[in-house]
Design a protein around this ligand. Structure first.
Ligand code: SAH
Length: 349
């Protein structure tokens, strides 16, 4: 059985693909040796395409209003303890301005699903960003919208879109979301984004409630087949004001194991070491990078709102200025032999 595990890893490295039950086996039976080998292959591939370079994305959390009620998320509409805020266009541009000076060439606009931000308002913001910073990429992470809306935003200049699929299993999806939300619509949104020629990011939480190893295998198969340009994975972390408050957080160990596998499935994928990973372990992001990740997404949001964008408990970096954040991260990356660079960091085929 031990040899079979290693055989599977060799097969994955050779074909960048496994059967669903093989992915499941790889997760179920993981051990020290398998982890080490996956990590080695992941790092070899990362080095081949990206060297020791790490891309940075400036995250601007511009609204925490949300019409959805995802059971895991601190921004869910039923959370009355969440103090809501919105940034206006000028405030967003100010974040970007600061970010640009610090070397950011990608801005990620993230929010809850906030109806206040109509296509018109969002287009104005996206166009202004693209006009002021023509050498920068704009990424949106604002949830499920219509094809028409995605199209208008794309035409306004948005380059990329992050929409985690959250889980590739319909049954599991329905345990994480209220009945009003639909697994099929989430996937339809991802397909629409793809049609519109966005660079697309999907992703999921590791260790979310009710998640089985089979579900994780389904996530890997989905990623293999959908071929996203980016993939955000991080541990689930309970939030005290959600129905999932008493569930355990996901582990760094499993998250890193999966990061290595995803790097091997799609050697050129843009793979962030997420803030959630840094939250469950003080050196979680470093561990993520050393497992195959090549992107970090420091916060550019104004310090006075950072604590309010609370997806989960104890989120890190909520008290730092943007300049401190990037300094800290640069040092951390250097300590592990990596280097943050000033670059749009597009997916290259
Ligand atoms: N509203 C946008 C952005 C969501 S926040 C959207 O729907 O895409 C970005 C991601 O944070 C989510 O996709 C989810 O995977 C993650 N997240 C939310 N709550 C979390 C929690 N409790 N622990 C870890 N990650 C969480």
């Amino acid at each position: 059985m031990k040899n079979y595990l290693i055989e599977l890893i060799e097969k994955l490295f050779k074909y960048h693909s496994l059967e669903l039950n093989e992915y499941e086996f790889l997760i179920e039976n993981r051990n020290h040796e398998a982890t080490k080998l996956l990590k080695k292959y992941a790092n070899d591939l990362k080095r081949e395409f990206y060297g020791n370079k790490i891309f940075i994305r400036g995250l601007i959390e511009f609204s925490n209003f949300c019409k959805n009620d995802c059971l895991y998320c601190g921004l869910r509409k039923s959370n009355l303890n969440c103090e809501r805020y919105r940034l206006n266009k000028n405030e967003i541009l100010k974040c970007a301005d600061e970010g640009y000076k610090l070397g950011f060439r990608t801005f990620v606009l993230q929010s809850g699903e906030d109806n206040y931000f109509t296509d018109e308002i969002l287009c104005e913001i996206v166009s202004a960003l693209k006009l002021n910073y023509s050498d920068c990429a704009v990424t949106l992470s604002i949830g499920e919208r219509s094809f028409k809306s995605y199209k208008i935003l794309r035409e306004a200049g948005a380059d990329r879109y992050l929409l985690r699929h959250e889980t590739a299993d319909k049954n599991h999806y329905e345990k994480l979301h209220p009945v009003e939300m639909s697994f099929n619509n989430r996937l339809e949104c991802l397909r629409n984004l793809r049609k519109l020629n966005y660079q697309v990011g999907c992703g999921f939480m590791v260790g979310s409630p009710f998640q089985s190893n089979k579900n994780l295998a389904q996530d890997l198969k989905f990623i293999e087949e959908f071929k996203p340009e980016m993939c955000g994975i991080g541990p689930f972390i309970p939030h005290k004001d959600t129905p999932f408050k008493n569930f355990m957080a996901g582990t760094v160990e499993l998250t890193c194991y999966l990061l290595s596998i995803i790097r091997i499935i799609h050697p050129k994928i843009l793979l962030p070491a997420t803030t959630a990973l840094g939250t469950v372990d003080p050196v979680g992001r470093e561990k993520g990078i050393l497992s195959g990740a090549n992107v970090v997404m420091p916060n550019l949001s104004p310090v006075n709102v950072r604590k309010k964008y609370e997806l989960y408990d104890n989120k890190i970096c909520t008290g730092d200025e943007s300049a401190q954040c990037i300094k800290c991260l640069s040092g951390r990356m250097q300590n592990i032999g990596h280097e943050i660079i000033t670059d749009r960091g597009d997916f290259k085929n």
